[in-house]
Design a protein. Structure first.
Length: 54
């Protein structure tokens, strides 16, 4: 009796596994973009406040 991958035991086919990894990749990309956007926004706000304060 050979060992089967967990995804096979759960009844997921190759297609479903691809969708899972693709979704994970998209969410990591979205998180990276969101983080970058937040940092950029913070830098812009800091520059505006510094210019306004001077």
């Amino acid at each position: 009796m050979g060992r089967r991958p967990a995804s096979r035991r759960l009844g997921l086919g190759d297609h479903d596994r691809h969708l899972l990894t693709e979704g994970f990749r998209r969410s990591t990309l979205a998180a990276a973009i969101g983080t970058f956007g937040a940092l950029a926004l913070a830098a812009i706000l800091a520059a505006i406040v510094a210019a306004w304060a001077s």
